[in-house]
Design a binder for this molecule. Structure first.
Ligand SMILES: Nc1ncnc2c1ncn2[C@@H]1O[C@H](COP(=O)(O)OP(=O)(O)OP(=O)(O)O)[C@@H](O)[C@H]1O
Ligand SMILES: [Mg+2]
Length: 250
């Protein structure tokens, strides 16, 4: 199908005796959020790490924009348009929100500056960065250093820097974790808006957010996807209730 951006075909990954992913196949289509849910230790992060190129699959293939990317390293996958958010440490704490996004825009454009002054005074770069800052609702915070941001705002900033790299797909592993109910609601609204622009493979334990956001949901249990469907289909699935949702509710 023409609208498939990312396609995983029978990915498998073993850690010693533990089969962390077993023949996992799923795809991500333009305009959608495809959520991957499942109990702790099911193998969700293991899957995302294989897609990002952090760890090598033992078997299976990954196609991105119609090209196999198994042999590309993480940097090459990022350049090819596979975006993801990193830990907070990828932000520069002494730099402002604006400067951090400017750095990402600069990286995307392959521009380099030898003088910090010249970088800071580049109004074109600043204008472009401001666009991403607005998109992530950080407009009032552009001049604030990262060290003074709340957790939720840092997440928004990480997302802004990820977007500045112009990804054609985004991998988000628990973007709502640790930002509190208000932060989660805010980020949920932002993700809903963002998916029009870039399809998102979303790993998340917050089921209210998943049911609100996801166009399709895949459920992983013990390294295998047991079913894929719409929010309604997943809510009504007896097997999913037993394997995961019942447990989360208790
Ligand atoms: N580097 C590693 N070496 C050995 N075992 C690992 C390694 N990374 C993960 N595992 C194991 O693989 C399984 C899958 O881990 P993974 O982190 O993918 O789960 P997850 O679905 O992301 O869980 P959570 O919801 O808690 O984040 C777990 O049993 C985990 O302990
Ligand atoms: Mg995980």
């Amino acid at each position: 199908m023409g609208d498939i951006v990312l396609s995983l075909d029978r990915l498998s990954k073993r850690y010693g005796a533990l089969l962390a992913n077993k023949d996992v196949s799923l795809d991500l289509r333009k305009g959608e959020i495809h959520a991957l849910i499942g109990p702790n230790g099911a193998g969700k992060s293991t899957l995302v790490k294989q897609v990002a190129g952090e760890i090598r699959p033992d078997g299976g293939s990954i196609m991105f924009d119609g090209q196999p990317i198994n042999s590309l390293n993480t940097a090459a996958r990022a350049r090819a348009g596979l975006g993801r958010t990193f830990q907070v440490s990828s932000l520069i704490p002494e730099f402002s929100v604006l400067q951090n996004v400017m750095l990402a825009v600069q990286a995307q454009q392959g521009k380099t500056f030898r003088l910090f002054k010249r970088f800071s005074n580049d109004t074109e770069l600043a204008d472009q960065a401001s666009g991403y800052i607005d998109e992530l609702d950080l407009q009032g915070r552009a001049d604030v250093p990262v060290s003074q941001l709340s957790h939720g705002e840092r997440r928004q900033l990480e997302m802004a820097t990820a977007l500045a790299l112009k990804p054609r797909a985004l991998l988000l592993d628990e973007p709502l974790a640790g930002i509190g109910p208000a932060g989660s609601q805010h980020m949920t609204r932002l993700l809903k808006k963002l998916k029009q622009q870039v399809p998102i493979l979303l790993i998340e334990h917050d089921m209210a957010a998943v049911f609100e956001l996801a166009d399709r949901i895949s459920v992983m249990v013990y390294g295998r996807i047991i079913t894929t469907g719409t929010a309604q289909e997943i809510k009504n699935n007896q097997q999913v209730q037993e394997a995961y949702l019942g447990q989360e509710a208790s």
